[in-house]
Design a protein around this ligand. Structure first.
Ligand code: ADP
Length: 254
């Protein structure tokens, strides 16, 4: 089998990025009318939608908790999100990711304000190119804020890893598959809480520390982009409501 080179002679990666460079990010808030909150993320070639319902009365009632809301999360990859058609049936991987994403978001939500309620998070991966759990967290956190759910702060996600012996930020699918290690991280910058930390492959202790620092630093940058995406949404809402107020009253035909 032909060997794939992941770094060129200048130390640049297959998509031309430097070792510590993020893929391009695009974030949009409030793009679905029917859900209580929603967001869309493009993180490199990943395209992911997140939608939130709630807080609303827990159904079925036996899942309700007396002192806080129950958070539920479903991560799902569309059958057309990968090169080979992915089976639409929920896989073990999707179940695992639903759980770790929920656990990464849980500390950010003031669920104690909503006893006996549920908050539902849906993450739909439309196109996958590695790092979908992190990008899913970034989008879901924005969708929660868009739903008006009281939160301690936003959660941002980004992976680091290792390819050809070098620590790199934000692996693409090829780097994830052919590289040496992947370290997905979710982080809340103000409270300094890491809510997701997983590792695939192997790194030395020093490489691990370097990769973790790199991922946390990237999460801080993504957090600023999330704040900007929320600001954009509310500028738009303000402009629309001002335009409505300023519009002349419709003429009444006699
Ligand atoms: P993450 O997307 O969080 O990095 P993984 O490391 O499990 O999660 O997956 C890496 C990438 O592998 C995914 O983003 C996707 O591009 C690809 N992948 C995952 N599951 C499948 C699948 N069932 N079929 C094809 N490609 C997949």
């Amino acid at each position: 089998m032909e060997e794939v080179r992941l770094l060129d002679k200048n130390g640049l990666r297959v998509d031309g990025r430097r070792l510590d460079e993020l893929r391009p990010l695009k974030l949009e808030v409030g793009i679905l009318d029917k859900a209580d909150g929603s967001a869309y993320i493009e993180h490199g070639k990943n395209k992911i939608l997140a939608a939130v319902y709630g807080p609303r009365e827990a159904q079925p009632r036996h899942i309700a908790l007396a002192d806080r809301a129950v958070l539920r999360c479903r991560y799902h990859m569309a059958p057309f999100s990968t090169e080979e058609r992915k089976s639409p049936a929920p896989s073990r991987r999707e179940l695992e990711l639903s759980k770790v994403i929920r656990e990464a978001l849980e500390p950010s939500i003031m669920s104690e304000y909503f006893p006996r309620a549920t908050i539902d998070i849906f993450i739909e991966v439309l196109q996958a190119d590695a790092g979908t759990r992190c990008a899913g967290i970034t989008a879901a956190s924005l969708a929660l804020a868009d739903a008006g759910i009281p939160m301690r702060e936003l959660v941002a996600g980004c992976a680091a890893g290792k390819v050809e012996g070098k620590v790199v930020l934000d692996l693409s699918d090829l780097e994830d598959k052919k590289g040496d290690a992947d370290l997905p991280v979710a982080f809340m910058p103000k409270s300094n809480v890491i809510g997701l930390l997983q590792m695939d492959g192997s790194m030395t202790e020093d490489e691990f520390k370097q990769a973790l620092d790199m991922a946390v630093d990237a999460c801080r940058r993504i957090y600023e982009m999330q704040r900007e995406a929320l600001r954009q949404k509310y500028h738009l809402v303000k402009e629309e409501s001002e335009a409505k107020e300023e519009a002349p009253a419709p003429e009444v035909k006699q």
